[in-house]
Design a protein around this ligand. Structure first.
Ligand code: ANZ
Length: 989
């Protein structure tokens, strides 16, 4: 009987579905294990072979844990709101929901074909009202919460109002952007609107004016990744930064806890480091500088500038100040003579993104305001400049510039001819060490070490009342508004232009139907056009923005615990049982987005007493990427690109449509499949060529898709001006017209000229036309082989190229495994007692699979299976006692074939999923006896198998009593008897 994966896989998938084999209940009698994948966005392109890498890994792990007696939650769902569906809706006018649902279904079919153990009954789909109802509910809780820094937790805004009534905001240690201080009397005197405005500075979900990327031509706000070099990615229209009233989440309140939490979780160090850098905790000081009066000698100061510095010790080297161009003081302090220049400079900066402003290394830009500040220690007047390298959103948006010790300040000073005074002597210290050296030119700090000087200066400015030690974070509050259609509506209405939350019994606020999904042109979202929906009966108006992509994904892992609950986002019993995710696997691209937001939401819900754990994801693993192999051609067109396209040597390049090229290439003999060989002759195959770039006019790059066939090694490429064969390039003479000519191998060899092809390993993506579809692989090899092969490619953390040819080896292994059970005459399994050697092979494998699965080293598991099957084949083992355990070991990896063999070949009752993981017994690995060669006077004369733990005297007695030995000793005691346990026995007579 042959291994027929098609039949086997279809049959058992049906069996699992029918029997609800993967149904998970919250069963407190068993220990829990929660294994999670980052849920996919169901794009129109479907899955490629790169996507399931992590899913297969978690599937194996979760199946293994089930065999080990855990109650395992391994759910799957869809992150279904987002831009691509919205773009599709804009382009076609169709509802993004229907499109999303279609894609979702396709994903589900693709996932099911791989044989995952998901309980689809627990699926979470973020665009469904019964899910986003709770996303809205969490938003409402954020709106009604503030962060008490002293208690280090979120508290209800109602309590804050009580505090305000009692003491104003004095002495309050809250996360806030409010600087003004008010008293209880002030609070009492405020009207409703003023109070609401005040509270807004404390809420964890708040509104403020923040800069957005505004594109006038497109009439819409763009996300950061839709903007490149100051223009829109689509259309290339100018984009400016424009303040807009927007929702934000006060994630900065949690900065410290987000940092501390990293210490208790098992995540890759590199990922933790990224989060630490993103949070960017800096210790330093804030110091106030007075602005000098416009005319020297005039008494009044013209305001003050608060700066943040990590190096207060260097203050004597501060020879000028720099404000962010947007700093509110700039207007007030700029001198008449400089106002024009300042305005011009501000305009230049306005359409530069923060990233560009920081990245700029070569170009130094700035403008002098004409104003001066008074140095608080030397009383000297130092000039105040503005420059893009100082960012408004960091620290206080103002710096004291110390060109001797800060690189950017130094570049700036040199460019504009500003003075540089050295204040730290680093002689004798390593050149790359930071915060070291001895202070010079610094009055009372002279001679101190940098670290001492920093703390002395912090105390000094505090004494003087001009500053204090301060911790600053790079982390920013997270923008939470999008002016788009396909997202969660806010549960908010406006009264008197102030936002209020809708009562919870009005949730979910569902998306209204609209005429068009296009941007309105005013900056408002398409929801604003649904006037019946927007205007409420009492004259108030709804919020028309929608939530961003990360809203739904910030808490979905909690919903899986109790997905059908319609009175709570998840019930207490379920939350208490499942606690947190034991293993989370996903791509590293979410390092500081999703993984930071969800930690924040989780901590917030923990503060409110809903979730028991402080951190959501105990252990996290980033899977590497499976890359595609793209074949590319570089060719010279003699500067004629976009003017004339010719067809040389097999490339068809239409004159009018360079984006739709087609290319004919030829396989060499050794690349033929058996069928092709049987049909004979050369086969020409058309594959699409994609126009990649024409940045350099003369060298366009064309992409040839080879669908992972490993073309380069075996194929003959024929393209403009040359061809590539077996790794070598051959030129083609293009002086003749080769239009539409199919070459023979002989002809190809006689051609020559100057183009190059190369292959590149890069991200697998539809746009690169190097995508391999798992459906095709499964149709040809089966899901079990596909699963094993993906794991066999290498450690899951590593990126590696996909090579379809490699599947053959795994397919061969599967057939060999099958033949332990069946041959052409049918079942071969026997009830015979296993031999020592067979037990040794089995237990070696149990040990290896258990250890390697625990550390997620699935590639070495696959090779262990290969070794095991080879050894059992050599031993001719078909014994049930061995094979039964082997099938259970294989079940997480190749669940279909394991189920088939478990139930049919081995006749076990019920699913293999309910089996117990085999118990490793170390005694089977210990050799208990040894077959000694017995030498007499240096020559081997006999052999004897003896227990390894036999004592020396008995060994001697037994050996000497051997007939073969007696012959030589003639019954006399030997001269010498040498016994090396486990090695040799030597008798000298
Ligand atoms: C004087 C000084 C001397 C500084 C020196 C550094 C070195 P981190 O570590 O990233 O927190 N800075 C402060 N606010 C800024 C802003 N809004 N935009 C750009 N730069 C800003 O860096 C803090 C340092 O970055 C601060 O310390 C300040 O320069 C600068 F030898 O002050 B320093």
């Amino acid at each position: 009987m042959e291994y027929n994966f098609k039949d086997i896989e279809a049959r058992w998938q049906q069996y699992w579905r029918d029997g609800q084999v993967y149904k998970v209940s919250n069963d407190p009698s068993k220990p829990k294990c929660y294994v999670l994948d980052m849920f996919p966005y169901p794009s129109g392109a479907g899955l490629h072979v790169g996507h399931p890498l992590g899913y297969i890994a978690t599937d194996i792990y979760s199946r293994y844990k089930r065999l080990k007696g855990f109650n395992v939650l391994h759910p799957m769902g869809f992150d279904a709101f987002g831009l691509p569906a919205e773009q599709y809706a804009i382009q076609t006018g169709n509802h993004p929901g229907a499109f999303t649902d279609e894609n979702l279904l396709r994903y589900r079919q693709q996932l099911d074909a791989i044989g995952f153990n998901y309980d689809w009954d627990r699926s979470v789909e973020t665009h469904r009202p019964d899910y986003y109802k709770w996303t809205q509910w969490i938003f409402i809780q954020l709106f009604h919460s503030w962060y008490d820094k002293k208690a280090e937790k979120a508290r209800p805004v109602a309590e804050l109002e009580a505090l305000f009534a009692l003491q104003g905001n004095q002495g309050l240690d809250a996360a806030t952007d409010m600087v003004a201080v008010f008293t209880a009397q002030d609070w009492a005197a405020m009207d409703e609107k003023a109070r609401q405005e005040t509270l807004m500075h404390y809420r964890l979900a708040y509104q403020s004016y923040t800069d957005v990327n505004w594109c006038e031509e497109l009439g819409t706000v763009l996300a950061n990744d839709e903007v490149k070099d100051g223009v829109s990615e689509r259309g290339g229209y100018p984009v400016i930064r424009r303040p807009m009233r927007q929702w934000s989440l006060r994630i900065t309140a949690y900065a410290d806890r987000l940092l501390k939490g990293l210490e208790i979780i098992d995540w890759p160090d590199s990922l933790k480091e990224q989060q630490r850098n993103w949070i960017g905790r800096s210790e330093g000081a804030s110091i106030v500088f007075q602005v000098a009066p416009p005319e020297a000698g005039q008494a009044d100061s013209a305001g003050q500038i608060e700066i943040f510095t990590t190096r207060p010790d260097t203050i004597f080297g501060a020879t000028f100040m720099v404000l962010a161009p947007e700093h509110e003081l700039v207007e007030h302090i700029s001198s008449q003579g400089q106002q024009g220049e300042v305005a011009q400079y501000k305009e230049y900066v306005q359409n530069r993104s923060e990233r560009e402003r920081q990245a700029e290394v070569k170009k130094v830009t700035g403008a002098f305001t004409g104003a001066y500040a008074i140095h608080p220690f030397t009383q000297e007047r130092i000039p105040i400049w503005i420059s893009e390298y100082v960012l408004m959103g960091y620290g206080t948006g103002a710096i004291m510039a110390v060109p001797s010790d800060d690189e950017r300040d130094q570049t700036f000073a040199k460019h504009f001819g500003l003075p540089i005074v050295p204040v730290v002597d680093k002689t004798g210290y390593p050149a790359d060490a930071v915060k070291v050296g001895k202070l010079i030119n610094s009055d009372f700090l002279n001679g101190l070490e940098v670290k001492e000087a920093i703390s002395l200066m912090c105390r000094k400015v505090e004494e003087m009342g001009i500053g204090k030690a301060k911790v600053n974070y790079r982390l920013r509050d997270a923008g939470f508004s999008r002016q788009r259609y396909w997202g969660e509506p806010f549960p908010i209405y406006y009264k008197d232009d102030m936002p209020y939350t809708l009562p919870e019994d009005q949730l979910p606020v569902t998306l209204p139907e609209v005429e068009s999904y296009k941007p309105t042109g005013t900056g408002e979202s398409p929801l604003a056009t649904a006037t019946d929906w927007v205007n409420l009966s009492d004259g108030t108006k709804r919020e028309t923005d929608t939530m961003p992509g990360y809203a739904g994904s910030s808490w979905y892992f909690l919903r899986y615990m109790d997905p059908h609950n319609n009175t709570e986002f998840a019930g207490k019993a379920a939350l208490d049982y499942w606690q947190d995710v034991d293993l989370y696997v996903g791509g590293s691209e979410h390092a500081v987005g999703h993984l930071l937001y969800s930690r924040f939401w989780h901590k917030f819900l923990h503060d409110l007493g809903y979730v028991p754990s402080e951190e959501p994801f105990k252990k996290l693993v980033n899977q590497g990427m499976i890359q595609g192999v793209s074949e590319k051609i570089l060719m010279s067109t003699g500067g004629k690109l976009n003017k004339t396209f010719h067809d040389y040597g097999g490339i068809l390049i239409p004159r009018d449509n360079p984006n739709n090229l087609s290319y004919t290439y030829y396989y060499s003999d050794d690349f033929y499949t058996e069928e092709q060989k049987a049909s004979g002759g050369l086969t020409a195959i058309n594959v699409p060529i994609q126009f990649v770039t024409n940045n350099v006019l003369d060298i366009p790059k064309y992409l040839i898709s080879d669908k992972g066939k490993g073309l380069k090694e075996n194929a003959v490429f024929l393209a403009q001006n040359g061809y590539w064969q077996n790794g070598e390039f051959h030129h083609i003479d293009v002086s003749q017209n080769h239009l539409h000519h199919n070459y023979t191998t002989e002809e190809i060899k006689n051609l020559s000229s100057d183009f190059r092809t190369f292959s590149e390993v890069e991200k697998m993506s539809k746009s690169k036309d190097n995508v391999v579809n798992p459906d095709d692989i499964i149709a040809k090899y089966g899901a079990d082989t596909f699963r094993l092969y993906e794991m066999f490619l290498g450690p899951i953390e590593l990126s590696k190229p996909w090579i379809t040819n490699g599947l053959d080896g795994v397919a061969k292994f599967m057939r060999k495994f099958w033949r332990l059970f069946y041959d052409e005459n049918g079942l071969k399994v026997t009830d015979a007692e296993p031999s020592k050697a067979e037990l040794k092979t089995l237990h070696k494998t149990i040990k290896k699979i258990e250890e390697d699965t625990e550390r997620l080293a699935f590639n070495t598991c696959v090779s262990a299976f290969m070794i095991c099957v080879n050894e059992l084949t050599e031993l001719g083992c078909h014994k049930k006692a061995i094979l039964k355990d082997l099938v259970v070991l294989m079940a997480p990896f190749a669940p279909h074939v394991a189920e088939e063999l478990w139930q049919h070949a081995l006749g076990q009752p019920g699913t293999v999923n309910d089996a117990a993981f085999p118990q490793f017994k170390p005694e089977h690995l210990v050799e208990s006896s040894f077959n000694y060669p017995v030498s007499i006077n240096g020559k081997v004369r006999a052999n004897i198998e003896l227990p390894l733990d036999m004592d020396a005297a008995t060994v001697q007695e037994t050996v000497l009593s051997l007939e073969d030995v007696q012959k030589w000793t003639e019954g006399k005691a030997p001269k010498r008897f040498i016994h090396v346990p486990g090695r040799i026995v030597n008798v000298v007579v």
